[in-house]
Design a protein around this ligand. Structure first.
Ligand SMILES: [Fe+2]
Length: 380
């Protein structure tokens, strides 16, 4: 007998959430080849899989399992070594585990005697250092928070995006509730668990677009900046965490590490799910430098961001967000090329959170959506 997949039943407010599933009866330390095949299918079918009660899973098992989802991988963490460049906005949020350097430690509070680490102070990413107009301390004390940054896990320069990410919630803070504010004039809000991880489905984000926007997305290529996380290291994000505000703060090429033109990534805006063949809108908005529409670059960063925001904002509306309610020992596997996710929460110094995360850069490019795949969405 193998395990049971229970699709998430979203609350009435999350009417757009048509992804996510929970598994209660699987031990990832004793997974059979048959179990793995089923799990593989499930990750691409449900996009986000939560395996409960896995507190005993070792970093080595997490690494081996993550690798198994992409056997031809190039055996390198999703950001390679680039996230350790001191200017990179990724550097402050994660650090490799000494016992298994492909697995990253993240969380909040002081960790002692953990997987080769004597003592380390972890800090949960806070939107206050990333958003242009952050909440005040009073607002956060009153229980408000923001989406930190909507993204997929990917270097987006030199390396291809990992196919899956594993996010292992070993220890979670107390169950304080918070309200995510969008602060974009819509009045949108979302009630969440403290320290939740928020997900949206790229498939849903595509489906809800009007026909003309679907066509625009189909004919658009996304050009990512070279060394994108250094490039935006002085820029600030939108209050929804969805992309950057344009103030001309991106670093000029001369201030970036050396650039090799062949390492610059240009991907279609729509990616095909390799198992369901469904169409996913998949863009990491903060890292985008240009859009190439019908072969012509837009060439104006402010305009590029405006177009992208219009295409991506419907996807993150509260009804479409799955904010996972973490339990200690939850081992989440998500389709990194099919969803966007965001750190959420305004943790205080005494809120303890301990997570392990792993993803591996892929040798394969994302699968593009062909004319044939897009045919059902075409206007006559
Ligand atoms: Fe991430």
């Amino acid at each position: 007998m193998t395990f049971t997949i229970e699709p998430i039943i979203p609350s009435a407010k999350q009417s757009g959430v048509d992804f996510g599933a929970i598994i209660n009866d699987l031990d990832l330390e004793r997974i059979t080849p048959e179990d793995f095949d089923k799990l593989y299918e499930a990750v691409y079918t449900y996009q986000v899989i939560v395996v409960r009660n896995q507190g005993h899973v070792t970093p080595h098992t997490q690494y081996e399992l993550t690798k198994r989802f992409d056997p031809q991988n190039i055996d390198m963490y999703g950001h390679g070594g680039m996230h350790r460049a001191s200017e990179s906005i990724i550097a402050r949020d994660i650090s490799p585990l000494p016992v298994q350097p492909q697995v990253q430690l993240l969380g909040n509070g002081i960790v002692r005697n953990h997987c080769g680490i004597d003592e380390k102070k972890l800090v949960h990413p806070s939107h206050t250092v990333f958003h242009k107009t952050p909440l005040t301390k009073e607002q956060m004390d009153a229980g408000y928070t923001r989406f930190y940054r909507w993204h997929m896990d990917a270097a987006l320069y030199k390396l291809n995006p990992p196919k899956v990410t594993t996010l292992f919630g070993i220890k979670n803070p107390s169950s304080r509730r918070e309200i995510v504010r969008y602060d974009d004039g819509t009045g949108d809000e979302l009630e969440v668990q403290l320290g939740t991880t928020a997900f949206i489905s790229g498939q849903k984000a595509f489906e809800i677009l009007p026909p003309e926007m679907k066509e625009l997305a189909f004919k658009t290529q996304v050009k990512y900046a070279a060394h994108p996380y250094v490039w935006i290291s002085k820029a600030k994000a939108h209050s929804t965490g969805l992309g950057m505000v344009s103030e001309g703060k991106e670093l000029p090429k001369e201030e970036l590490p050396p650039i090799d033109e062949k390492d610059i990534k240009i991907y279609p805006m729509l990616w095909k799910n390799p198992v369901t063949n469904k169409v996913h809108l998949q863009v990491h908005p903060a890292a985008v430098e240009d859009l190439i529409i019908d072969g012509k670059p837009v060439g104006d960063l402010e305009k590029v961001r405006e177009i992208l925001y219009k295409i991506q904002r419907p996807g993150i509306s509260p009804e479409n967000v799955y904010a996972h309610e973490w339990k200690d020992g939850d081992f989440v596997i998500f389709h990194n090329r099919g969803v966007l996710h965001s750190v959420v929460g305004s943790l205080r110094e005494d809120d303890f959170r301990l997570f392990h995360q792993c993803n591996i850069a892929s040798a394969d490019e994302p699968v593009p959506v062909t004319e044939q795949d897009f045919a059902p969405y075409k206007r006559n």
